[in-house]
Design a protein around this ligand. Structure first.
Ligand SMILES: [Ca+2]
Length: 146
């Protein structure tokens, strides 16, 4: 019975919890997916290594210790405070989190419209540079599917 209760809590959290975090960053619900050819495809779980909930749940089951990407780690280790991480470069691609999420001046506040659209993913290196790889930044997972 306890297992069922825990499972229900986890599933409800997965269904309803993450959208709340996405509102804590600019353009959280409109981050481009750098791992597909489709420019309209979005990365729905910005702080995680996987773009979709299905992939995330599968990965979490297989490796419960590693499913948050470098941006997610930075976000949580800084108290989910956008201002604290805006000017940092989580994935080490040379572009700040603010530039990638459309807030290059780091002035965005929750509930307001960002200065521009998200132009990149702050936790997934779009280009596999040595800088990205040396920081063990996440690159496109091989299991990403539409
Ligand atoms: Ca970056």
């Amino acid at each position: 019975m306890l297992k069922i209760a825990v499972l229900v809590c986890v599933c409800v959290g997965l269904m309803h919890g993450y959208p709340g975090f996405l509102k804590e960053i600019p353009n959280g619900e409109a981050v481009p997916n750098p791992c597909t050819e489709d420019p309209e495809d979005k990365w729905n779980l910005v702080g995680h290594m996987y773009a979709s909930r299905i992939e995330f749940m599968r990965a979490r089951r297989q490796n419960p210790d590693r499913y948050v990407n470098v941006f997610g780690e930075m976000f949580f280790s800084n108290g989910q405070n956008w201002t604290a991480i805006c000017d940092l470069d989580a994935d080490n691609d040379g572009k700040t989190n603010g530039v990638e999420l459309g807030d290059p001046e780091c002035v965005w506040e929750r509930g307001t419209i960002p200065a521009g659209p998200a132009t990149g993913h702050p936790g997934i290196c779009e280009i596999e540079t040595q800088e990205c790889l040396s920081k063990a930044s996440d690159i496109c997972p091989t299991t990403t599917t539409p």
